[in-house]
Design a protein around this ligand. Structure first.
Ligand SMILES: NC(=O)c1ccc[n+]([C@@H]2O[C@H](COP(=O)([O-])OP(=O)(O)OC[C@H]3O[C@@H](n4cnc5c(N)ncnc54)[C@H](OP(=O)(O)O)[C@@H]3O)[C@@H](O)[C@H]2O)c1
Length: 356
């Protein structure tokens, strides 16, 4: 039985679900492929817990319980406080799995790739800084990153197979924020934005500061990853996003922003009315062609697949030389811990199967 060492960065909702799925698939993976995925180290913001031969089931379950209860990994016996995964000594090649949302991982991850390791990402940030950093991570397929766009939906795989087989992308249109999709549906149902936003915030559908969703920056990062995956060597400035709030609300404290959310009601209601008068629907859409990209609130015609989207679902429409008349469409839930973790696990398994 071959052992594939894993070093996992992040034990939030997605990271914990990933550990559970790895434990649940141990026997079938061993049977099917003859390997075992072994966590040699797990990291959160406070430190590391490691074992040279891989943490056993009991240790992993203890980590899950501790993190579920809001404790840090460094409360567990054998952990090392303040120790970073970046300096973790490894004797074998391993798969580094980044399921954090932290910035600044592109350089240390690229260094691990240069040393023969592989990388799997749910974290978009390492792929959305400079083009040089994207290339250092993804050259020769060293990094898999399906879960960075559309969670568990086969978006990156679809795009890569179109490109690899010689197709040319003409246009990509996508609604890829579950939170903003949910808000569009609520606006269409006649709710003021402030009411829908406060409800979404209370349900945990938004980031702690909802401006992280409403700024469009997260969608812009995903659009940049799609552009680069389709072969466009764009720097981050190439993709700009329309924010749902005016510049004067960008720098106020989060509590003040929430208290002033009513200021967004009239402008957004006017946009919905305008869409309705034009016989269409208001959607937050990334539109990408080889000459540029925009991420903005757009009126889409009633017969457009994007108009039929409801709630937090995502939709990706690829128009290419081969799919010129009717686009290739990928649609479904684009967020959620089980589907995101499953996307990450599928990438880990595909990497392990390469026996690189
Ligand atoms: N949730 C979804 O539906 C979804 C869908 C697609 C993609 N994603 C992506 O998946 C990633 C994880 O999402 P999540 O919802 O699990 O996030 P989360 O609940 O905020 O968890 C983030 C985890 O990363 C750890 N972390 C942060 N910075 C770190 C660092 N520098 N070193 C080591 N660990 C660090 C945190 O440690 P502490 O526990 O110490 O705070 C935490 O355990 C994000 O990049 C997100 O954008 C999520």
């Amino acid at each position: 039985m071959q052992t594939i060492p894993l070093l996992q960065i992040g034990l939030g909702g997605v990271g914990r679900e990933l550990v559970r799925q790895i434990l649940a698939t141990e026997a079938p993976l061993a049977r099917r492929y003859g390997f075992r995925l072994a966590h040699v180290a797990l990291a959160d913001t406070t430190g590391l817990l490691s074992a040279a031969d891989g943490l056993d089931r009991a240790a992993l379950e203890a980590i899950l319980v501790a993190k579920e209860h809001g404790q840090s990994i460094t409360t567990l016996p054998g952990s090392t406080t303040g120790s970073s995964w970046e300096a973790f000594p490894l004797e074998q090649r391993a798969i580094f799995v980044d399921v954090s949302a932290a910035p600044g991982h592109e350089v240390p991850l690229a260094a691990r790739i240069a040393a023969g390791c592989r990388v799997v990402l749910a974290n978009k940030r390492p792929l959305s800084t400079s083009m040089a950093a994207f290339t250092a991570l993804t050259a020769h397929g060293a990094t898999r990153y399906e879960a960075t766009v559309g969670a568990g939906l086969p978006v990156i795989a679809t795009l890569q197979s179109l490109i690899d087989s010689g197709d040319t992308i003409i246009r990509i249109e996508a609604a890829m924020s579950g939170t903003l999709g949910y808000l569009c549906t609520e606006l269409e149902a006649g709710k003021p934005l402030s009411v829908a936003l406060r409800a979404a915030h209370a349900l945990g559908y938004t980031e702690p500061d909802p401006r992280d969703d409403l700024s469009g920056a997260d969608v812009a990062r995903k659009a940049l990853i799609l552009a680069r995956t389709s072969g466009l060597n764009w720097e981050p400035e190439a993709v700009t996003a329309e924010a749902w709030f005016p510049p004067e609300l960008a720098s106020v404290h989060r509590d003040e922003f929430m208290a002033r959310a009513e200021e967004l009601d009239a402008p957004l209601a006017a946009r919905v009315a305008e869409a309705r008068a034009a016989g269409g629907a208001l959607r937050y859409v990334a539109t990408l062609t080889p000459t540029g990209a925009s991420v903005a609130l757009r009126v889409v015609p009633a017969d457009h697949p994007l108009a039929t989207l409801r709630g937090p679902d995502n939709l990706f429409s690829f128009t290419s030389a081969r799919y010129a008349e009717r686009p290739l469409v990928v649609r479904g839930p684009g967020a959620g811990q089980p589907v995101t973790a499953a996307g990450v696990l599928a990438d880990i398994i595909a990497t392990a199967r390469e026996r690189w």
